[in-house]
Design a protein around this ligand. Structure first.
Ligand code: PHE
Ligand code: ZN
Length: 878
């Protein structure tokens, strides 16, 4: 398998050649597009005599150097590229290739679906269009000519500014020029017919920018929220970072077939339509939130990614970690800080920490890559953003801004490294960030064990922090990292005690052991407030201490975090009892540390919630149980079914304690016309929580179910309706089925909305779930060629249907294994994402572990496996 080669970060070498200008001409035909590329090649390394251009799945028509055609013995051609002799400092290279966009189901390179052409080049898709130096440190000025004889291709789009649009006989021609040098991964082309939503934005220096949103015909009114979000993002980046847009036009195209969320191609973003289209009737609050954040994310890339780009793909977090951090800041400014931060922390705990424990563990700047598409991960993106956030915490907003200014002053127009970024931060703030840098090279989740020792004589308390960095699949040797832990200490009356030795409210843990002394005794520590570092805190909190935090902590985030610990302790205690066969004495359970009276704890907790004066936005967070991944923290392996049972038991018990109250809160709420506003979003979320608890409570169950049916019918918005469906999905399958068919009748024609329907079906607890999945795959709206469909159905099943996926005899695993082998032939990138749940076999008890592993073995040994799946399966098996 020659193409399955590992590339190493430390092997980086500068390119021998650069391409100063790139002129591309596309003659578009669905099954045979001709790409003519004229490159101005400049030699950098005078010792180099040959150039090797990347190219995959191309049909080479001709190649000429300085207008002289080469014969086939004058170049070398193989499955990954084209090598030819260049022994002078500057040549013009002309290459003609033919490609088949219609047959391209990988959705990488140029593809044709739904009567439109579209490209996706990041990371290494440009080489599926033409032979090129397809690497991010080769920046070139692009001129693109698009030619078509197909009249329905009304819009012919590419990067930069439109130079000319004209007709030659029956050929439509558009010429685009992008004045900003860019790497090939930022190239884009779109051709097709769309509805067009337009607006303008005037930058703070007075430049008028045309904003153009290209949507599927008939969906114009669903684009307004995206367009509004774009304008907010443009304004925010000027206000916060002084960054302005730099072209005359900013285009966003929404397409149904897309591998990821969206792509920041210069001046021409391509979006998964799921992250553009929204109105009250069809999109949830979460959809509105995601659209705003992803529109902003892609826009922010114009500076962090495009103007300053990555030297090589190992540096991906340079642009992604930073841009995620920026979009997170933006979202927090646009909506609620608390819920925004909590959702980010959930991504870390539920996905990133999990990635750290599995075979794909890697630092935010990976050292080894086989298939780059496998490294668009929660580690590179979300942990990468947490690392940037720590810098922001350590340097303050002002210092961080100084660092950003210096970064752009130094590197605008360049392709640089993560080190360059940290250097700019360090220099601008005159700060030594040497130790901090290790976050870039060390993988894994640090565990910070905290113990407390009181000195009654001196009336002080000493906290000792012990940093443990467990070895990961990719690294055996670890060293202590530089960890800022935002902390406060509460006395018995709930007051925050003075702790003058905190730096920026943080305790810095930077050695294997650090001690920290505070005046006073009987203190409750509040640790890692706002999730100030991507670590796990292991402190043996008692339930009274946690309730104390929930009552008195100055931070709502800390209250939420404590509430998650309360629930997790209950779930773990119940789980321990279930698997130990111990005869329970009443509900007194033994976990590894304490005797925990689960019912007593839940009753007391419910009491705190009902009686303490807690704001609605905080309450909503305190009412929800942690996910399995959070609740199992500290347990190396689990029985997934028993754990799910334990979690359900705790959920139900909690509802019994608080549920009577729930229905009362619910009926008191008012239903107003839908608006995507912070207040309404919160109100709807709170309603959903109360509804769920009311249904789970025996006394209020029937009344609540009636309420659900009514709300489902009467509601004017998708958020409330989906919440209703989710509740009856758990508790009343007949009502669920009834509402789901009415949903299908109403929305069956709309591909984007039906993803929700597929997702709900796929996560339903049914004994015949696998047969159900078969039926759903035969549904008119389902196709294996569309990543959204596959994620909604197969992805939801594998990631979120615990009972269906983890079946005793492995039928759920086999179902996924079978599907992945088919999908790998169609779209390896998507297959490689959905294999994730199977990779985690080490975290489960037998028989689950072996059954999962045997599916990975089966995938690994199957013929013609993609590089994507090969890399993951082979890592999982070593
Ligand atoms: N660069 C895109 C983003 O994060 C993600 C992406 C990667 C899209 C690869 C497509 C392919 O904004
Ligand atoms: Zn990005």
């Amino acid at each position: 398998m020659a193409e399955h080669i590992v590339k190493r970060r430390l092997d980086y070498e500068k390119p021998d050649f650069l391409i100063s200008e790139t002129a591309l001409t596309f003659d578009l035909f669905p099954e045979k597009t001709v790409v003519t590329s004229v490159l101005l090649v400049k030699r950098q390394n005078t010792k180099a005599s040959h150039i090797t251009l990347d190219g995959e799945e191309l049909c080479l028509v001709s190649v000429s150097v300085n207008d002289k055609a080469l014969s086939s013995d004058e170049y070398e051609l193989n499955a990954s590229g084209l090598k030819l002799c260049i022994d002078c400092d500057s040549v013009e290279l002309k290459i003609v290739t033919e490609i088949n966009p219609k047959q391209n189901t990988s959705l990488e390179g140029l593809y044709y679906t739904q009567d439109a052409y579209c490209t996706q080049c990041e990371a290494e898709g440009f080489r599926k269009i033409t032979y090129y130096l397809d690497r991010p440190d080769v920046l070139s000025i692009f001129t693109v000519t698009i030619r078509t004889t197909d009249a329905p291709n009304k819009y012919l789009l590419s990067n930069g500014n439109l130079v000319k649009r004209y007709k030659e006989g029956d050929t439509d021609i558009a010429v685009w020029h992008d004045p900003h040098p860019k790497p090939s991964y930022l190239f884009a082309l779109v051709a097709g017919d769309f509805d067009l939503l337009v607006d303008t934005f005037i930058t703070r220096s007075g430049r008028v920018v045309n904003l153009e949103l290209y949507l599927e015909k008939g969906r114009l009114q669903q684009g307004q929220h995206a367009l509004d979000s774009l304008k907010k993002a443009m304004k925010w980046d000027e206000d916060t970072y002084g960054l302005e847009y730099d072209l005359d036009v900013y285009m966003v195209v929404a397409v149904d077939f897309f591998n990821m969320g969206a792509m920041e191609n210069k001046g021409l973003n391509v979006f998964n339509s799921k992250f553009v289209l929204a109105d009250a009737k069809t999109a949830t609050d979460e959809d509105f939130f995601n659209i705003e954040s992803i529109i902003a994310h892609e826009y922010f890339h114009n500076w962090t990614g495009n103007r300053v780009t990555c030297r090589d793909w190992f540096q991906l977090s340079l642009k992604e970690g930073l841009t995620v951090f920026r979009d997170q800041q933006f979202s927090a400014d646009m909506s609620s800080y608390l819920s925004t931060r909590i959702s980010q922390v959930k991504v870390m705990r539920e996905h990133q920490f999990v990635e750290d424990t599995g075979p794909m563990s890697h630092p935010i700047r990976p050292d080894e890559v086989m298939e780059m598409n496998n490294f668009y991960t929660v580690t590179v993106y979300d942990k990468g953003a947490e690392v940037i956030r720590m810098l922001h915490t350590l340097l303050s907003a002002e210092g961080f801004r100084k660092g950003m200014d210096l970064y752009f002053a130094r590197h605008d127009g360049e392709a640089v490294t993560c080190d360059d970024f940290v250097d700019a931060m360090a220099t601008a703030n005159n700060m030594d960030l040497q130790h901090f840098r290790q976050w870039y090279s060390q993988s894994g989740t640090p565990l910070i064990a905290v113990s407390k020792k009181e000195n009654d004589l001196a009336a002080t308390t000493e906290f000792t922090f012990t940093q443990v960095n467990p070895k990961t699949a990719d690294q055996k040797e670890k060293s202590p990292l530089f960890v800022p832990i935002v902390a406060e200490f509460l006395d018995t009356s709930g007051k925050v005690v003075d702790a003058p030795s905190l730096t920026n409210s943080s305790i810095i843990v930077n050695e294997q052991h650090n001690s920290f002394s505070v005046e006073g005794t009987n203190l409750t520590p509040v640790l890692l407030d706002k999730f100030s570092a991507p670590v796990v805190i292991d402190y043996d909190y008692s339930i009274p201490e946690l309730l104390h935090i929930i009552r008195y902590a100055s931070s709502s985030y800390a209250k939420w975090d404590a509430s998650q610990r309360v629930f997790s302790a209950c779930i773990q205690a119940r789980y321990a009892m279930q698997i130990s066969n111990a005869t329970p004495r009443g509900d007194k359970l033994i976990n590894n540390r304490n005797t925990l009276d689960v019912q007593g704890v839940l009753s007391e907790y419910a009491n705190v919630l009902v009686n303490a004066d807690i704001e609605g936005d905080v309450l909503v967070e305190l009412l929800s149980l942690p996910s399995t991944e959070t609740a199992r923290t500290g347990l190396k392996t689990i029985d997934p079914i028993a754990f799910e049972d334990a979690s359900e038991y705790v959920q139900k018990s909690f509802a019994e304690h608080i549920g009577g109250h729930a229905l009362a809160c619910l009926s008191a709420s008012q239903v107003a016309t839908y608006q995507y506003s912070v207040e309404q979003v919160n109100q709807r979320a709170l309603n959903a929580s109360w509804l769920k608890l009311a249904v789970l409570n025996e006394d209020t169950r029937n009344a609540a179910l009636l309420e659900i049916e009514q709300r489902y019918i009467q509601s004017d918005n998708m958020t409330d309706r989906l919440n209703c469906l989710k509740v009856c999905q758990i508790e009343n399958i007949d009502l669920f089925d009834k509402l789901m068919s009415s949903f299908e009748q109403e929305f069956g024609h709309d591909a984007v909305i039906m993803d929700k329907w597929f997702g709900l079906h796929a996560t339903t607890k049914r004994v015949d779930i696998l047969a159900q999945l078969d039926l759903l795959r035969a549904h008119g709206q389902f196709t294996i060629n569309n990543p959204n469909k596959v994620r909604a159905l197969i992805g939801s099943f594998a990631f979120y249907n615990t009972l269906g996926f983890h079946q005793k005899h492995g039928a759920g695993y086999k179902y996924l294994g079978d599907y992945l082998l088919d999908l790998d032939k169609v779209n390896p990138q998507v297959a490689s994402r959905i294999v994730t749940p199977l990779l985690q076999f080490e975290s489960f008890n037998e028989p689950y572990k072996s059954l999962m592993k045997s599916q990975i073995e089966r995938i690994f040994t199957s013929k013609g496996l993609s590089r994507d799946l090969f890399e993951k399966a082979s890592k999982a098996l070593t």
